[in-house]
Design a protein around this ligand. Structure first.
Ligand code: PLP
Length: 402
């Protein structure tokens, strides 16, 4: 939970660009990427940034400059990654529940594809046979992740082809001579326990011998980051050590070397992000004091969607007396960011900063209540640069047929 941008820097940026405002610190992204590459320096590993977390082109370009590849969850993310300058072989499209036409489009763009249903695998086999190497997204039937809504590998999850249907996969692969070069799993998000990854690898090792042309195992994303003071993150060094031990003790039966891929989203961009809001209203009500900010779940939905905790600080009054507040938004539903939160005395006009706001923050924002989406700023080499304009009223009318 390192805090790189100071209160003064954040307040100055908010004064310059207005609120509500997303601010990203490039140095923090680099620090996180370096943690990964350092831990895995002795393993043949490639990191694909799961760009669903934050797709601003400037962020994509920055992450590309660090040397990472990119993982996409829609054909439009693939196109954004191409637009940001990633070459097709550095782009992975891990699909889920998509129309086959998107897979055809991804193939025509020349990117790497993970297929997640038997039906799309069959269509792929019929159309392309052995001509285009492809990966399979498996569901390992492992329950993991910080909240049910971000658990993706359990036995009732919609994601991936259930690993117990391996026989059906094999018959399709044999029938159409499909070139399977990658097996993929992603068990969930905010996984602190390294043994979850170990379990996943063990599930894969059971079926690896069935795929003679395999070159890669892709273990998805899901590394946890600290949210609260004293919180810990996934121990990446321990993970690297366990991955190496597993490969040493389960050599690939074909004797072939396998590369390991990861798809970190949150780990790379959560902590780089600060969401700065301004307090519109202080409202006393019985034993609750509401601090109402100039935002809502239309800008940061994680607390309401899956009970995510975001640390909040009053950077305008950091030495004020501590009091208890409910921090709420201005949307016409209950959009409470934090109940009973201890904050330095909050006054109307103060800036409240939400930490860990880089991942799934702006990216999940909307125009609900016909409110405008916030601006985004990237701080790089000590300079704050606007990387997305705040919406203007005309944006609300842009696609309406009048
Ligand atoms: N890979 C896949 C297939 C995903 O679905 C996700 C998240 O939904 C990720 C990677 C990134 O997860 P995280 O941001 O927790 O690292």
């Amino acid at each position: 939970m390192s805090k790189i941008l100071s209160n003064t820097e954040l307040a100055n940026i908010a004064d310059e660009f207005g609120t509500p405002l997303y601010v990203y610190d490039a140095d923090k992204i680099k620090e996180q990427y370096n943690k990964l590459t350092t831990a895995f320096k002795n393993t043949d590993t490639v990191f694909f940034y799961a760009c669903k977390a934050l797709t601003n082109i400037n962020i994509l370009q920055y992450i590309k400059s660090l040397g990472a590849n990119v993982d996409c969850s829609s054909i439009n993310e693939v196109k954004l990654a191409l637009h940001a300058g990633f070459s097709p072989e550095r782009i992975l499209y891990t699909s889920n529940g998509i129309a086959f036409s998107e897979i055809e489009e991804a193939k025509d763009l020349g990117v790497i594809i993970n297929i997640d249903s038997l039906s799309n695998l069959e269509k792929f086999g019929k159309k392309y046979g052995h001509s285009y190497p492809v990966g399979i997204r498996l569901r390992p039937n492992i329950m993991a992740g910080g909240h049910l809504k971000i658990s993706t590998g359990h036995a009732k999850s919609k994601f991936g082809i259930p690993v117990d249907q391996a026989d059906k996969i094999i018959s399709l692969v044999e029938k159409y001579n499909i070139h399977i070069n990658d097996l993929h799993i992603h068990t969930g998000s905010e996984i602190e326990d390294v043994d979850v990854f170990v379990k996943g690898i063990e599930v894969l090792f059971d079926i690896i011998p069935k795929f003679k042309e395999l070159e890669v195992i892709d273990l998805g994303g899901g590394f946890k980051v600290p949210y609260k003071k004293g919180d810990t993150e996934t121990d990446i060094n321990l993970l690297a050590q366990k991955v190496n031990e597993l490969f040493a003790s389960h050599p690939n039966p074909g004797g072939k070397h396998l590369q390991v891929w990861f798809e970190p989203g949150k780990f790379l961009v959560s902590e780089c992000g600060y969401f700065i809001t301004k307090v519109n209203v202080i409202k006393e009500s019985g034993d609750t004091t509401f601090a109402g900010v100039d935002s809502g779940f239309n800008h940061l939905i994680r607390p309401m969607f899956y009970d995510a905790y975001h640390r909040i600080e009053n950077i305008s009054n950091p030495n004020g007396e501590e009091k208890i507040y409910s921090v709420v938004g201005n949307i016409c539903e209950t959009d409470t960011f934090a109940w009973d939160r201890k904050l330095n005395e909050v006054r109307e006009g103060d800036y409240l900063v939400f930490y860990n706001a880089g991942a799934y923050g702006f990216q999940m924002s909307s125009n609900y209540n016909s409110r405008l989406k916030p601006a985004e700023v990237l701080v790089e080499n000590g300079k704050a640069k606007l990387i997305r304009q705040r919406d203007v009223f005309e944006d609300l009318l842009k696609n309406q047929v009048i």
